[in-house]
Ligand binder design. Sequence first.
Ligand code: BES
Ligand code: MN
Ligand code: MN
Length: 455
Amino acid sequence: MSTTSYIESNRDRFLNELFEILRIPSISADSAFAGDVRKCAEKVAEFLIAAGADNVVLEETAGNPIIYGEKIIDASLPTVLVYGHYDVQPSVPDELWNTPPFEPTIIDNKIYARGACDDKGQFFMHVKAFETMMQTNTLLCNIKFMIEGEEEVGSNNLGTYCKNNKEKLKADVILISDTGIIANDCPSIDVGLRGLSYVEVEVTGPRIDLHSGVYGGAVANPINVLCTMIASMHDENRHITIPEFYDDVEEVSAEDRAALGRIPFSLDDYKKHLDIDDVLGEKGYTTIERTGTRPTLDVNGIWGGYIGEGAKTVLPSKAYAKISMRLVPNQSSEKITEIFQKHFESIAPAGVKVKVTPHHGGEPVLTPTTSNAYKAAALAMTETFGVEPIPTRGGGSIPIVALFEKELQTKTVLMGFGLDSDAIHSPNEHYGIFNYFKGIETIPQFFKHFAALSK
Ligand code: BES
Ligand code: MN
Ligand code: MN
């Protein structure tokens, strides 16, 4: 039986099994869900065993377990390491969902659920593609699975696991589906990801909350101060004003910029989709360049003072913000965090104290388009989409990609199938049934081409 007819005849089961995974709220950020996280890991392990994997284990870490499994068919054949993550972002605010976040629902040929696209729907395509290759005798490479449960909280324990298991994880390429394509009729492969520095800041004014009339105008209001400080970190061209921030930014070559310029993109559709009347970003760069090739600084959350019902006249003692900086080659997350801290402390006016607490970070990466693995992915997508994929740069981060390179000396191919409009991390996250099956169909073609090109 061909892979396509096997997939066709198991369509409903492939969907129902994904739904079983989607029903488990494996939210890594919230310790209240630790039991569900483990339950999800166990379920993934079960599905890997059922698909035909050997030596499937839950590898315990200081945090959430990593699922490992493999099928070694012939030591002389190339080995593909499939990486994915079974943890998901919190679903809150749940009231903004049209359907329950952990009860997968199909509407208009899309699966609505937290994790549908990021990344349960995408890593599970690999489990089903593997089953397909096993059942149709078409597995032409060795395969190793490593599915982790802490990607959405910074993959803190995966680096150590990789370092301690170099031999076990040895592979010729790392294959990841955790990114997207431009459109269903316009496939693409991300060849870059941004890095990340994430900090939390605290500004303290007076010792206690004060009456905003009795004291207002005479002492620093930490929320006012924090807003001024944040605003000062961009100039009128939306350039970041932190000294040395751009020092290591690699300028994109004219040739690469021209290629980015050829990527099909409608600014009108983009604005319409987001319900905004204009875009805003760094002067001199297109929207595609801004998200793919330029570093950023964004407030992710800001709080302090009185936010309950009605009005309370209060001059707060403290203000807080969570700030992310997306990084591009060759910026270093550690260095950027350091210069942010120095700068933030230096711009604090007299009358407040500031504290900067670094959170997780990650390094930016570029992946080669000249490797056999990239060529295999491009050939596979060309076969299943009927058009050649375009190399693009993703604006998000998968910090482990740079770590894989460092710890395992292995390069990654980012063969993702999501769409920017899939609302990952947002309410009503969804994944197209088209995309799910396109992935399951394309992955065996990758294995076929990678085996052939590796000969
Ligand atoms: N799958 C995403 C990253 C992504 C999405 C890359 C779309 C490219 C295109 C991943 O799960 C993610 O959300 N990563 C986090 C980083 C992490 C350290 C919290 C991110 O980018 O915010
Ligand atoms: Mn992801
Ligand atoms: Mn994510």
